[in-house]
Design a protein around this ligand. Structure first.
Ligand code: FAD
Length: 468
C-alpha cells in the first residue's frame, strides 16, 4: 500500500500521527512551516544556552507512556525522565507561600504547619481525585468519548463529577483558600477562571503525588526530537520551511494541499496539526457557516509572554515559582531549569520567566503593550531576590509566538473550558471534509504535550480505519 498522506505541521500531534501512519504502511510526507520539528515544544537557543521554547513540565507521564507504546517506542529507553520532588510554590501578594512536593505526606505536613487541620482533608481529596482519574483515564484514549463510551467503560458513574466546574470541586474539599488557589494555579496558567475550568484539572495534585511530575533530561524538547527520529526510521519524509497555504477539495473531499511556493501536493488524506481553527477558517476555502460560527466563538488562549534568561547566584528548589498577580493580573512563573540542566557558562545558568495573558487583553494592547508588560515583570523583585545578576537573552511576546510558531490569531488553542470539554473538542475525523483529520491541542484530549501525542495517534487511527 502506498497511498500518499500529507501531515501539515511537525508539532507533537503531527509527529505522533506521522509515526503511527507510516508504521501502518502509508507513505507519509510531513510539511512543516518552520525549519525544525516540535512546534511549541521545540528548542530555543540563545547565546549558547538551550531552552524549551514553551513547555516546562510533564504532568501526565502515563499519557506519554501510552503514546510511546502505541508507536512501538519505549519511553524510558528513549527519554531519561527525572522525577521532580520539589515541584512548585505559589507566593501570594502578601509574600506567604504554599509549597507542593511530589511526596503527599511532606506536602500535607507543610499545610498542617500553616493551616492546622488541613492535612487530613488534603490527603482525602487527593485520594478521591486519584480514584476518579484512574476510572476516567480510558476516556482519554478514545477519539470521541461520548455518553456511550462513558456507559460502556463504567466511567458514567463519574458523570456528575464531569459536569461540575473546578471551582465547585475544589470548594468541596473544605481546604483553606490559599491552598485552593495554589491547587488551581494550572488554570491561571491556562488563562481561565476556576469556574470556567473543567473539573478534571483537579487531577493534577493526584497525578503529582501518585505518578509524579517529570522533567526529561535535556528538556521537553527531547520528546519531539525522539518522535522525529522514529518517524524518519519509519520512512516518513520531512519537508521543513514548507508552509501550507490552502487545502484543495472537490465535493467536500480532500485533493491535496498548496504550499507557499505555489506547489500542489496531492494527498489521499490529510492529517492537520495546524490549529483546528486555522485549518477550518484559513486553509479551507469555504467552511460550512454553522462550523465557522461555532469555531469563531470559542474563547482563545494566549501563549502569554516569556523571557529567556541567564542567571547567576543562588538557584534553589522548588523547580517552579509562581507569583500571584494583583487584581485582575494573571500569575507569573519563574522556571528554574538549571536544577535539572547542566548548562553553565561563566557562572550563569538558564532560567525562564513566563506570564500568561488574557487573550482579549493581549490583542487589545498589541505587540508594544505585550512587550511593556514583560518589561514590567522583569522589573519585579520577587523572582531575582536570590540572584547576584541576570541577563535577558531573548524575549517573546504573544504576537511573536503567533508569527514564529504559525499559531491561529496569536492563540495556542481554544481554552479548555468545562463546556468545551463536555461538548467534545474539535473531532479528529472532520465531519465536514472527507479525508481531513485533525491532531493537536485543539482536539481531544487537550493541550498538554502528552495529550497532543495521544491526539496524533487517535487522529491517525481514524484515518487508517477509513482508508483501510
Ligand atoms: C509557554 C507555554 C508553556 C507550556 N507549558 C506546558 C507544560 O509545562 N506542559 C505541557 O505538557 N504543555 C505545555 N504547553 C503546551 C504544549 O507545549 C502545546 O500544547 C503542544 O506542544 C502543542 O502541540 P501541537 O501538536 O498542538 O502543535 P504545535 O506545537 O502548535 O505545532 C504545530 C506545528 O504546525 C506547524 N504549522 C502550523 N500551520 C502550518 C501550515 N499552514 N503549514 C505548515 N506547518 C504549519 C507549526 O509551525 C508547528 O510546528 C505550553 C505551551 C506554551 C506556549
Amino acid at each position: 500500500m502506498s497511498r500518499q498522506i500529507v501531515v501539515i505541521g511537525a508539532g507533537v500531534g503531527g509527529l505522533s500521527g506521522a509515526v503511527r501512519l507510516a508504521r501502518s504502511g502509508f507513505a507519509v510526507t510531513v510539511l512543516e512551516a518552520r525549519e525544525e520539528p516540535g512546534g511549541l515544544a521545540s528548542e530555543a537557543s540563545y547565546d549558547g544556552f538551550s531552552f524549551d521554547a514553551g513547555p516546562y513540565i510533564l504532568l501526565d507521564r502515563p499519557g506519554l507512556e501510552w503514546s510511546f507504546e502505541a508507536l512501538g517506542l519505549d519511553l524510558t529507553a528513549e527519554v531519561h525522565l527525572i522525577r521532580i520532588d520539589d515541584v512548585y510554590e505559589v507566593e501570594s501578594l502578601d509574600g506567604s507561600k504554599v509549597v507542593f512536593y511530589s511526596d503527599v505526606e511532606k506536602t500535607a505536613g507543610g499545610f498542617e504547619g500553616k493551616w492546622p487541620g488541613s492535612a487530613k482533608p488534603y490527603k482525602k481529596f487527593v485520594r478521591k481525585m486519584e480514584r476518579i482519574s484512574r476510572a476516567l483515564r480510558p476516556m482519554l484514549q478514545v477519539s470521541r468519548p461520548g455518553a456511550l463510551g462513558l456507559i460502556r467503560s463504567g466511567a458514567w458513574l463519574h458523570a456528575p463529577f464531569l459536569v461540575r466546574s473546578l471551582a465547585a470541586v475544589l470548594s468541596d474539599s473544605g481546604l483553606p483558600r490559599p491552598i485552593v488557589e495554589a491547587m488551581a494555579i494550572w488554570t491561571h496558567v491556562a488563562g481561565q477562571t476556576k469556574s470556567q475550568a473543567p473539573s478534571p484539572l483537579a487531577f493534577v495534585p493526584a497525578l503529582m503525588h501518585s505518578v509524579g511530575p517529570y522533567y526529561p533530561k535535556g528538556g521537553i524538547r527531547c520528546i519531539p526530537q525522539v518522535l522525529e527520529q522514529a518517524a524518519i526510521a519509519a520512512g516518513v519524509r520531512f519537508r521543513y520551511s514548507t508552509k501550507v497555504t490552502r487545502i484543495r477539495t472537490k465535493d467536500c473531499s480532500v485533493l491535496g494541499v498548496e504550499t507557499e511556493r505555489g506547489e500542489f501536493i496531492p494527498a489521499a488524506a490529510l492529517l492537520s496539526n495546524s490549529a483546528a481553527l486555522q485549518t477550518y477558517l484559513q486553509l479551507l476555502d469555504s467552511p460550512a457557516p454553522a462550523l465557522t460560527k461555532r469555531l469563531a466563538t470559542l474563547p482563545l488562549q494566549s501563549p502569554g509572554v516569556c523571557a529567556y534568561l541567564a542567571v547567576r547566584g543562588r538557584v534553589t528548589p522548588p523547580y517552579l515559582a509562581f507569583k500571584l498577580g494583583e487584581g485582575n493580573q494573571r500569575c507569573r512563573l519563574l522556571i528554574r531549569a538549571s536544577l535539572f540542566d547542566s548548562q553553565v557558562m561563566d557562572g550563569y545558568v538558564p532560567a525562564r520567566l513566563l506570564a500568561p495573558m488574557d487573550y482579549a487583553e493581549a490583542e487589545r494592547v498589541g505587540p508594544a503593550g505585550q512587550a511593556s508588560y514583560l518589561d514590567q515583570l522583569l522589573e519585579e523583585d520577587w523572582w531575582r531576590r536570590d540572584l547576584d545578576d541576570f541577563r535577558v537573552l531573548a524575549k517573546r511576546t504573544a504576537e511573536q509566538w503567533g508569527t514564529q510558531y504559525h499559531l491561529y490569531a496569536n492563540s495556542m488553542n481554544p481554552v479548555m473550558t468545562g463546556k468545551f470539554m463536555r461538548q467534545g473538542r474539535v473531532p479528529h475525523r472532520s465531519p465536514h471534509v472527507r479525508g481531513l483529520y485533525l491532531a493537536g491541542s485543539s482536539t481531544h484530549p487537550g493541550q498538554w504535550v502528552s495529550f497532543c501525542a495521544i491526539s496524533g495517534i487517535l487522529a491517525a487511527d481514524c484515518l487508517i480505519k477509513d482508508l483501510n
